[in-house]
Design a protein around this ligand. Structure first.
Ligand code: NIG
Ligand code: FE
Length: 418
């Protein structure tokens, strides 16, 4: 196991190391187990985790360049955020005010706001402008402990502008320490010019956009906003099957507002994840379970929309589903970039236990991006994505509200915040 006696970094004396190890997405009682090592240490070499265990033994066995002391602190895997929309130009805080005055998200989107309000400025923006705005947002997420994100296109809705968004994601992935997994979301909304000709837009999606994105290898996944007032179940089925034929894997905005059978369709098309699920039916829960689809819950969106009904997390856990959690960071429904805040909401509003929520932002989120073997836990042979939090116990993470307790961030063995 030990190839090299010299390490780049040792983090020692952690009050708790949250290892969160699991080869498969955690369900049931495993979801309550964080694999805690008290007073432990972790050794890093060549960007990978070389050892995890007892502080004295590790210090005795290895020589090292840099020692970080985590006394009174908690060490965790870097957070994984598996559902974000970070590439946009204008923010839409005016919609918060409209919601506070009683307008619903659907009403706002049908009267010129919503996703369509973000389209024109993304179409007009240069690639450099999108990169410049996006990299600042994404680097801020790194300082809050998130070391891997999934990022979607979906604010251009023409072939050219969707490709531009995906190129911005690719460039940011290259220039930032954040690891970014790209998703094509051309089916985020019908653009103004096709709002009365859905068939034509679907034809462009299937015959132009998807093949072009594939040709340029710009996205690993294809996603869709399946909702009665956006893409219906039958429209979604058509688009997703075409995407699958081209070799895309599927992610899915399902049953966010109405229970229209989104989860059932996610199961039918073998989606990797089904996201939102506030309005999921009992049948939908069963379908996800049978098809092995990972539910990603986004409680900050419900909170930001001012709604009182959250996704039924406990019911899903009881049904044996491996929940993951995400911010849904976007300019409209949820301008939240903090997995720490999401963890608080998951506990306080959906009654998840702190350990369940922490597994859901680490190992299960990694599995929801099909990277459970590489990231999301602290174990020998995995990528060294490690954070140190200035908190005494893991329960303190959801308990402490609204500020950043992440003190140090290490990505692929590189200290990017100390
Ligand atoms: O996940 N639901 C669709 N897309 C985003 C909203 C994006 C927006 O409002 O700009 C979401 O909530
Ligand atoms: Fe979303």
């Amino acid at each position: 196991m030990i190839k090299n006696k010299h390490l780049d970094i040792i983090i020692k004396n952690a009050s708790q190391i949250v290892t969160a190890t699991s080869n498969i997405p955690k369900t049931g009682s495993a979801l309550q187990n964080l694999g805690i090592i008290e007073g432990g240490a972790i050794g890093i070499a060549d960007g990978m985790i070389s050892c995890v265990g007892n502080t004295e033994e590790i210090l005795k066995t290895f020589t090292v360049d840099t020692i970080m002391d985590a006394s009174q602190k908690v060490v965790m895997p870097g957070f994984v955020d598996p559902h974000t929309h970070p590439i946009f130009v204008k923010t839409r805080e005016n919609e918060l005010e409209m919601r506070l005055q009683g307008k619903s998200y659907k009403e706002i989107s049908q009267t010129g706001g919503g996703i369509r309000a973000s389209i024109q400025d993304v179409r007009n923006a240069s690639l450099e402008e999108l990169v410049d705005l996006g990299v600042r947002r994404i680097n801020k997420m790194l300082t809050m402990g998130t070391t891997t994100i999934e990022a979607k296109s979906g604010y251009g809705l023409t072939t050219e502008s969707e490709i531009k968004m995906l190129n911005a994601i690719k460039m940011i992935n290259e220039m930032s320490d954040m690891e970014i997994i790209p998703t094509f979301l051309g089916a985020h909304e019908y653009p103004e010019e096709y709002k009365d000709d859905h068939e034509k837009y679907i034809e462009i999606l299937i015959n132009e956009m998807l093949p072009e994105v594939k040709e340029q290898s710009l996205a690993e996944y294809c996603d869709i906003f399946c909702e009665e007032h956006v893409f219906t179940v039958s429209e979604s089925r058509k688009i997703l099957n075409a995407a699958k034929e081209l070799g895309f894997k599927i992610r899915f905005h399902a049953d966010e507002l109405e229970p229209i059978g989104g989860a059932e369709l996610a199961a039918e098309v073998n989606a990797v994840s089904a996201d939102h699920l506030v309005a999921i039916s009992d049948k939908g829960i069963q379908s996800l379970k049978e098809a092995g689809v990972i539910p990603i819950l986004l409680p900050a969106t419900t909170f930001s929309l001012g709604l009182s009904k959250y996704a039924p997390a406990r019911k899903m856990i009881d049904a044996g589903l491996p929940i993951a959690l995400s911010t849904d960071f976007n300019p409209g429904s949820c301008n939240c970039d903090s997995q720490q805040f999401v963890t608080s909401l998951a506990c306080l509003q959906m009654k998840m236990l702190p350990a369940e929520a922490i597994n859901a932002i680490t190992i299960n989120a990694a599995h929801s991006l099909e990277r459970g073997k590489l990231i999301g836990s602290l174990e020998v042979g995995k990528q060294a994505d490690v954070i140190i939090l200035d908190i005494p116990t893991y329960q303190y993470l959801p308990y402490h509200l609204g500020s950043n307790t992440v003190e140090s961030v290490i990505k692929k063995g590189k200290i990017i915040k100390s």
